[in-house]
Design a protein around this ligand. Structure first.
Ligand code: FUB
Length: 306
């Protein structure tokens, strides 16, 4: 019996460590993670999926925020804002990103514009990572009005913000076509033109991060979505194909990643449909460690359960 116990322990130690008990949140359905590392904690912001079992569309009214000091135990901080925090929004707390600048926390998010009847991006601000957040502009930061070339009303979604080493902030977003623009130092105004970038089978969820001098642009590729990555020498490319880093989900078409470094390791947050009764409109956010090959290539990541 003793040797079986020892063998079991040895096998458990040799196995790759399951990071967290995935999914991170088990009492509600959550999607579209955004992540922030601040003062020794990692914060993850999610949209709450409220569709009933068998629901045929997203029901998303608010964002929720959770934090951890070890990527294992998560503290629930409740809801820091709702779509209605943006008075001009009519519905839909869709995907977001968050960044800290000058001691303030800027939360960029997708909502549905009440009068334009199309998706738009708002920016909210708080003095705390757990909110409450208030609308920083009183109007949308990006709307379909500004990007008229687009044929679809849901192209202005999924913001990602990156602040480069020289202090220049960039906003990336889009569906079908990726767009990017500079942000002014105040973080709440677009600075200059909106650029579009032709990327292979780009769907949505653009995300920019930097590791050891290389810029990585990851995004949802094809539909059902898989997460792919490009790498480049600057925050605006040119981009070289880096391959699939996470395979598509079995019962959910979307996957939406966010990548952060925390305590010397890299992590990728994403969503799947693995909770009981989960699925397309009842998703769950999970996290895995992300590893780089010596040449800087991001290695494919497998989804783990508890
Ligand atoms: O959750 C609503 C939308 O589905 C998000 O904005 C996309 O990234 C996709 O996950």
């Amino acid at each position: 019996k003793m040797s079986a116990l020892v063998a079991g322990l040895a096998a458990a130690l040799a196995a790759p460590m399951a990071l967290a008990s995935n999914p991170i949140v088990k009492d509600i359905f959550t999607a579209d993670p955004a992540a922030l590392v601040d003062k020794g904690r990692v914060y993850v912001y999610v949209g709450k999926d409220e569709a009933p079992v068998g629901g045929k569309e997203y029901v998303m009214n608010e964002w929720r925020v959770y934090s951890s000091c070890d990527m294992k135990k998560w503290v629930d901080h409740g809801s820091p804002l709702r779509y209605s925090t943006f008075k001009w929004a009519g519905r839909d707390a869709w995907a977001s990103d968050i960044v800290k600048r000058n001691g303030k926390y800027y939360f960029y998010s997708t909502v549905d514009h009440a009068t334009l009847k199309s998706k738009a991006i708002g920016v909210a601000v708080s003095s705390s990572p757990t909110g409450p957040f208030v609308d920083a502009r009183g109007t949308a930061l990006v709307t379909n009005d500004m990007t008229k070339e687009s044929p679809i009303p849901w192209d202005d979604i999924d913001p990602a913000v990156f602040i480069d080493d020289d202090g220049q902030a960039y906003l990336y977003w889009g569906n079908t076509v990726m767009k990017y623009a500079k942000l002014k130092p105040n973080m709440i105004e677009i600075d200059g033109p909106i650029h579009t970038v032709g990327l292979d089978n780009f769907v949505e969820a653009a995300y920019l991060h930097k590791h050891k001098g290389t810029y990585y642009l990851s995004y949802s590729h094809k539909f059902p979505e898989e997460t792919v990555v490009m790498s480049g020498p600057t925050a605006t490319g040119p981009w070289s194909w880096g391959g699939v880093i996470m395979e598509k989900n079995s019962n959910v078409n979307t996957i939406h990643q966010a990548i952060v470094e925390f305590n010397g390791k890299s992590y990728i947050f994403y969503h799947n449909g693995k909770l009981p009764t989960g699925g397309e409109y009842r998703r769950s956010v999970a996290v895995e460690e992300l590893r780089y090959a010596p040449d800087g290539k991001i290695l494919p990541v497998a989804q783990t359960a508890e």
